[in-house]
Each structure stands twice: as C-alpha cells, then as structure tokens.
Design a protein. Structure first.
Lengths: 111, 111
DNA sequence: TCCTGATGCATCGGCTGTCTAGGTATACAC
DNA sequence: GTGTATACCTAGACAGCCGATGCATCAGGA
C-alpha cells in the first residue's frame, strides 16, 4: 500500500456525525469508533478533527450535549440530534449523494 | 432549492483535473468547462480554485504545460498528463471509490 | 509496583484547499 | 463603443483537518 494512504474526510465529518447520532445518543469517543468500525477503517476519525466538529455542530444547534457516564463507568459527554440536526442531516445526505455521484460518474467514465 | 446549495469540491478537484486531461491535452479554461458540463453543473469549478490546482499539479510533476492557441484563436496554456500523473490518477481514483463508497454506505444505511 | 494501553475529554499550531474578489487581455457581436 | 465570452493570474481570508500534546481514570500484565 502506498505510504500516503491517508483516510481523508473531505468535509464529510459533520454529516457522518449527524448520521451516527441519528441512531441514538452517543458520546464523542463512541461516535468516532462507530464510524471507523462501520467503514472497516476506510475512514479514520482523529480526535483533533472530532471534538472541534462536535463543538461546531452544537454551536449551530444541530446537536445537544449532556454529561453522563459511559458504559465503562467513565465520565463522558453524550450528544443527541436536535430537530434541526435531523433536517440538516437529510439535506446534507442529499447533497453528498448528488456530489459523490457526479464525481464517481466522471472518474469511472471511459473515454 | 436551498440558498446554500454550494457545490463544494471536497478535495476532489486535483483528481478531476487529472481525469479530464486523461482524455487528451486541454487548456485550463476548457478543463473547468468540461467538468461542469459533464456533471450538469452539479460541480462548479471556480477560477480561484482551478489555477492554483493546475499550478500545484504541475509542480508535483503530474502535469506538463505548454503555451499554444485555443480553438478560438486565443493564447492559452495547454496541459497534458505525465506518466506520473496517470499513475496518480489511478491511485486517487481508487482511493476516492473506497472513500465515497464508505461514506455513502453509512449515510444510506437504515438503523 | 510500575508501566502500558484503552478510554474519554480538550486545545493549539500549522497546513492545505477553496472561495471571493479583483486584475489583465483579446475577439466578436451589436 | 460597449458588452459578453474567452483565457489567464493573484492576493487575502477562511474553514476544516491533522499531528501533537495535555489531562485523567482504570485494567491488566510484567
């Protein structure tokens, strides 16, 4: 495998987080692990990307947070989707499908 | 349509340019118009993104440029893919398909 | 006992890519 | 002459991501 086999997020992290939380509230660390496991590590979620994204989304009113206790009895901040977050998720999913479809269609086209 | 219907490139511009040039040499302006027309304007290529990208790719040795005359008899800089550019295109296309597939699979999954 | 690794939060600096906005110049139609 | 399309380029700003680092707790192994 090439040494530059980066797992870039390309601006999709916010949408992926919203989608993850649409399955129910989770704490930040669990969100990252869930995304990675669901993609078979095709996507890596660095903590330096994750926490700013969560903060960003909460600031926009798409998430709400609450301190609680994780499954492993540790202090953790749980996030849940707001109504506005659900709306944003639908819109962004739609935009992603159109965009990625367009890119894939070009990249896989034969001369 | 939402007013914030941005056509973001999400880091795919370099790959799209390489792909465009794999069909044969073109000048910059034509590359942008080709991408836009192929996607039915789902993707917009701003000139402030285009020219820095072309410069970037040439600096990396993935493109070679040469001044010439466009179909409309105007001075234009023509770009062609180098061998390294073709290799990079193959790698980046592969990376894109894996990445976008992973994202799409998450976003379209049902709880 | 000490050390490592996993869990869980957070921030900082720097880089890269994109956009906005401007500029230059030529050709052609009106 | 004036506008429109073609064709190039750059500067400035900003957002998102990454790497590094820091804090704290707990389990398990050497």
């Amino acid at each position: 495998m090439a040494p530059s086999d980066k797992k870039l997020l390309h601006g999709t992290l916010d949408t992926l987080i919203l989608k993850t939380l649409s399955h129910g509230p989770r704490h930040g660390y669990a969100v990252a692990r869930w995304i990675e496991s669901k993609t078979g590590d095709a996507i890596l979620v660095e903590e330096g990307s994750l926490y700013p994204a969560l903060y960003r989304l909460e600031k926009k009113g798409l998430l709400k947070s609450e301190w609680g206790i994780s499954e492993l009895e540790r202090r953790a901040k749980f996030y849940r989707l707001t109504d506005r977050g659900a709306t944003a998720l639908a819109e962004e999913t739609d935009a992603w499908l159109r965009f990625s479809g367009a890119v894939t269609s070009i990249l896989t086209s034969r001369p």
